[in-house]
Design a protein around this ligand. Structure first.
Ligand code: FES
Length: 576
């Protein structure tokens, strides 16, 4: 029972409920927006946390969505108040949106706690907006519900479906290999992003929308409804209605975000062939709400989960197809027996009850458990002398013939070094080599950019090579594919063994054996370590230097160390 509930009043009444000067100030200034006095009579005040921004195109329709949420809140007898927080647009933010995930989460946490809010609706869409908002809200722990903005309609280029991100990587390599002209490449831009919404492949945005649905913090069906489908508006209205009741029931986030809920999400991630980025985000969210989750849980729980969903980048379909096939409730229903069906969700019912009536309308898109699209869906966690604290690979997006591979390292010590060298005809590289990228982790980039799926050398593309083993401490876009080992921890910039790899070293990747081994003796590694110098950080002062000082490694979720944990929703002292 929360502090406010014990006293029989909601926390917003600490602002609006009195007869003194302070309450006058709180109510009077709000009334300049035209609210009647009864808006302050003790009804639940619902904060609608909005990440709308024209610089975050995936969330640019959120003002309309917020109006639909307000409609639902008003219908249910609540008082809706919309507020903006920092918005993270994946395509525009440099050096990477991930650098600002934790900053946005601070904005969310402090904005919720400091304001007269009893319950929160989080409007999430583009990749980092989902974890940032949930991390911030988890550190406050009020009744909270998530509404995703929904994916774009399927891309279509010259009569064929094309997918966000996935086909950018493909087209870009086609141009470099001489199979596509620059004019065709440019034409494809408007064919790819042709409606409101976030990436419509199973990239990070769709993955995180699926993660929040499988965590139980959204209404059922949230993940797949296209952004421009009328049923997305309906979902918004129903979400607005539901949060008012959640406040009355005191259904706080911590009652839903249990260890079992996270275990469910990990298994669902395997079944949808979800993004590797989910690993870092879920670890960070768990850290905020106080659930002890480890990188090893991903391997343990995801190992036996087949990939059921035939969506790009692992497969061929897109989110619109997923919605028409029945959406995420079908996958969750099919996993009952493996996942915890008895967990409580924001509906007030269990997950099993929420998905009981799900129906599969297209078994090519959502394949049956008995005949899965791919046998291995989960994220594999690799250990060895190159990644003592772990590294990850997504087998469903990798080439089966490279899952066990020994190759000569070709090392790039920064993304600039890679760009300089990769197309140099003199670069000593062939298809059996392993491309190694250093200093792109949380501290090194900084912000752990999505550069791990570095493009292959032009001369190899021209020979028809389509995949090679790549290893880095970076992340990769959830829309990307390939035999790409990511999140190597500790990262190179923090002195991890990745920093010690040199051109010509041999590396062994064994995904089945979960091993990543650098064939260099311990003595030689010690000698190299003695010579190693940390890269010089160019940004001095400001948020970035605070980030570099406090960011944790990828295996811990890359949160800032001082943000871990829940600091609660106690009402702060008065401001006047
Ligand atoms: Fe926003 Fe992909 S760029 S979701």
């Amino acid at each position: 029972m929360s502090e406010q509930k014990k006293q029989g009043v909601l926390r917003s009444q600490s602002w609006f409920g009195g007869d003194d000067k302070d309450s006058f100030i709180h109510r009077s200034w709000m009334k300049n927006q035209g609210y009647p006095s009864d808006a302050f009579d003790g009804r639940p005040v619902i904060g609608i946390c909005n990440t709308w921004s024209e610089l975050t195109p995936c969330n640019a329709h959120f003002r309309d969505l917020a109006e639909m949420v307000k409609r639902g809140v008003l219908e249910a007898g609540g008082f809706p108040v919309e507020f903006p927080v920092m918005s993270l647009g994946e395509t525009n933010l440099r050096p990477t949106a991930m650098l600002f995930r934790n900053l946005a989460s601070m904005d969310v946490e402090e904005s919720i706690r400091a304001n007269p809010i009893d319950g929160v609706v989080l409007l999430t869409g583009c990749d980092k907006t989902t974890p940032a908002l949930l991390m911030g809200a988890a550190s406050v722990d009020l009744p909270t519900i998530v509404l995703s903005g929904g994916p774009m309609l399927n891309g279509n280029y010259r009569g064929k479906p094309i997918g966000s991100g996935t086909d950018v990587w493909k087209f870009s390599e086609d141009v470099r290999a001489g199979r596509m002209t620059s004019a065709e490449f440019k034409q494809a831009e408007s064919c790819m992003s042709r409606s409101s919404g976030h990436c419509m492949t199973m990239g990070t945005a769709s993955t995180m929308a699926s993660m929040v649905e499988s965590l139980g913090v959204t209404l059922p069906g949230n993940a797949a409804i296209p952004a421009v489908d009328a049923r997305r508006k309906l979902q918004a209205q129903l979400t607005g209605r539901r949060i008012v009741d959640m406040v009355k029931e005191d259904l706080k986030l911590s009652k839903v975000l249990t260890r079992e809920a996270f275990e469910n999400a990990i298994m669902v991630n395997g079944a949808i062939g979800g993004s590797t980025n989910a690993v870092i985000h879920l670890l960070a969210i768990a850290g905020r709400i106080g659930v002890d989750m480890r990188l090893s849980d991903w391997d343990r729980l995801g190992r036996d989960i087949p990939c059921l969903l035939n969506l790009m980048p692992s497969g061929q379909y897109l989110m619109e197809d997923f919605y028409y096939a029945g959406g995420l409730p079908v996958i969750i229903r099919d996993l009952l027996g493996k996942i915890h069906g008895d967990v409580l969700t924001v509906t007030g019912a269990t997950m099993a009850v929420n998905v009981a009536e799900a129906e599969n309308f297209n078994t090519e898109v959502i394949t049956p458990l008995a005949q899965p699209f791919k046998e291995e869906g989960g994220i594999a966690v690799l250990h060895g002398n190159l990644s003592p604290r772990g590294a990850v690979i997504k087998p469903s997006a990798a080439s089966p013939e490279l899952m066990q591979h020994r190759g000569r390292a070709v090392v790039f010590n920064s993304i600039e070094h890679y760009k300089e060298r990769v197309d140099d005809p003199a670069l000593d590289i062939d298809a059996s080599c392993i491309m190694v990228l250093q200093n792109c982790g949380p501290q090194g980039y900084p912000g752990m950019a999505e550069v791990g799926n570095m493009g292959l050398p032009k001369k190899l593309l021209e020979q028809g090579v389509r995949d090679m083993v790549r290893i880095s401490d970076a992340r990769m876009s959830g829309t990307a594919y390939g035999t790409v080992v990511l999140h190597v921890a500790p990262e190179a910039a923090a002195g991890g063994p990745l920093a010690l790899v040199r051109d010509g070293d041999f590396i062994e990747l064994d995904v089945e054996g979960r091993r990543l081994h650098l064939e260099v003796s311990d003595e030689e590694l010690e000698r190299r370590r003695a010579e190693w110098k940390a890269p010089v950080q160019t940004m001095v002062g400001g948020y970035q230097s605070m980030y570099i000082k406090h960011v944790m490694q990828a295996d811990e979720g890359a949160d800032l160390d001082f943000l871990v944990g829940c600091r609660g929703s106690a009402v702060p002292r008065e401001s006047h």
